[in-house]
Write a protein that binds this ligand. Structure first.
Ligand code: FAD
Length: 382
């Protein structure tokens, strides 16, 4: 039987869940499609920056998520490339922006689980724990989605929150540019002897950043970007061998460490889309943009997509709202994708003039107060 909704959201990652909640709170009848158990507990965390906290607050979710998170009150960058032209360590403080924290770090699995509970309690959302296998366009301007479980759903507006291999994007025939980096991110969670004092520490190494991000109760998450061969090796060594390698790379700043739970291995890639919408479809989150995890930008950008989309539907409907959404996302997404790409490539370059430029850039940002505040505000998602 064909069931018709105001909005069909495809994808049950954090961005799809937030999009479904946002449209339901705006009074629309929403169908949400995607597997319920898609997120693994592999030490992957996300730093939710100030702008995203505001969105989650508006949706009424933040007070429930907050206890699972640790505040990031300081961000420390240490040049560990071994280059002749190394910038001295730089620490940015949230208090300089009159904020308690730049953001809050939470395990992705905890975030998704909290958001899923909110979705279950929202009467305007009907959730389908399955995948879409096919889409068709209908006369009268609706789109139908055929589910692997046998149902067919239709709506005037379909939101593709179905991640980097988005089938919504393919159906909409939106052109993409995709690229890869010679890096893989190793993720894991550690308990440690010393307090992290709510400081996130990013060591810039020649193979990419090695970042320790605070979690509650003397725990931290690790995102270690490195060449694929080394990542493959470290993903298979014993817990003890991995912990030793991490302690060494961290120059023991957190004292003795012990691994908690599984590790994740994610090859680094980039993707950008020619446009964010068509007459009936909008892309949000990693369906619309992918880049390496530098500066905690990916999910925060995805949440900003949702905020823009909800804003576009405030006084408009259908194709007009979707076109407005496309216009508002172009500049922000292009800027973040280019900035992360540039920073990542400058680390990989191993070329003295580029090291010099990177160091001067960081020192300039750190030592000129208005520029420093501007960069921190941009980094915090303002
Ligand atoms: C190591 C690492 C660290 C990161 N740290 C940060 C950080 O600190 N801050 C930050 O902002 N970002 C961070 N990011 C980025 C962030 O994790 C992603 O941007 C975010 O998780 C993407 O969420 P999403 O909902 O767009 O996509 P996904 O989480 O990929 O969700 C897509 C969903 O769609 C579903 N799906 C796919 N196909 C179908 C289909 N046909 N039918 C139905 N459902 C379908 C999938 O099952 C999945 O549930 C990090 C990324 C990495 C790799």
């Amino acid at each position: 039987m064909l069931q018709t909704y105001d909005v069909l959201v495809i994808g049950t990652g954090p961005v799809g869940l937030v999009a479904a909640l946002g449209f339901a709170k705006a009074g629309m009848r929403v169908a949400l499609v995607g597997p319920a158990d898609a997120v693994k507990r592999d030490g992957r965390t996300v730093a939710i920056l100030d702008g995203s906290v505001k969105l989650l607050n508006t949706l009424g979710c933040w007070d429930v998520i907050r206890p699972f998170s640790a505040p990031l009150s300081h961000m420390r960058i240490i040049d560990d490339t071994g280059s002749l032209f190394r910038a001295p360590p730089v620490t940015f403080k949230a208090s300089e922006l009159k904020l308690d924290a730049f953001g809050y770090n939470v395990e992705l699995a905890d975030l998704v689980s909290c958001l899923s509970d909110f979705v279950s309690n929202e009467t305007r959302i009907e959730r389908f724990d399955t995948r879409v296998s096919e889409f068709t366009s209908n006369e009268g301007g609706t789109v139908s989605a055929y589910l692997a479980s046998g149902e067919t759903l239709s709506a005037h507006v379909v939101i593709g929150a179905d991640g980097r291999k988005s089938s919504v994007r393919s159906f909409a025939k939106i052109n993409t540019k995709e690229w890869s980096y010679p890096q893989t991110a190793l993720t894991a969670k550690f308990k440690h002897q010393r307090d992290h004092h709510d400081i996130s520490t990013e060591f810039h190494t020649r193979q990419g950043p090695f970042t320790l991000v605070p979690l509650p109760n003397k725990h931290s998450s690790l995102v270690w970007m490195m060449g694929p061969t080394k990542a493959e090796r470290l993903s298979n060594v014993s817990d003890r061998a991995l912990t030793e390698a991490v302690e060494k790379q961290a120059h023991s700043i957190l004292g003795e460490m012990s691994l908690v739970g599984d590790r994740g291995v994610i090859p680094m890639a980039g993707l950008r889309v020619e446009k964010f919408s068509t007459d009936h479809i909008a892309l949000v989150g990693e369906a619309a943009h992918v880049f390496p995890p530098i500066g905690a930008q990916g999910l925060n950008l995805g949440f900003r997509d949702v905020a823009s989309l909800l804003g576009a539907f405030k006084n408009r409907r259908g194709a007009e709202a979707l076109s407005a959404y496309n216009s508002t996302r172009q500049a922000d997404v292009k800027l973040r994708t280019a900035a992360v790409d540039l920073m990542n490539k400058s680390l990989l370059a191993d070329y003295l003039p580029i090291d010099l430029a990177r160091s001067i850039g960081l020192l300039t940002v750190a030592s000129i107060p208005p520029l420093r505040r501007f960069m921190m505000q941009r980094g915090a998602g303002h």
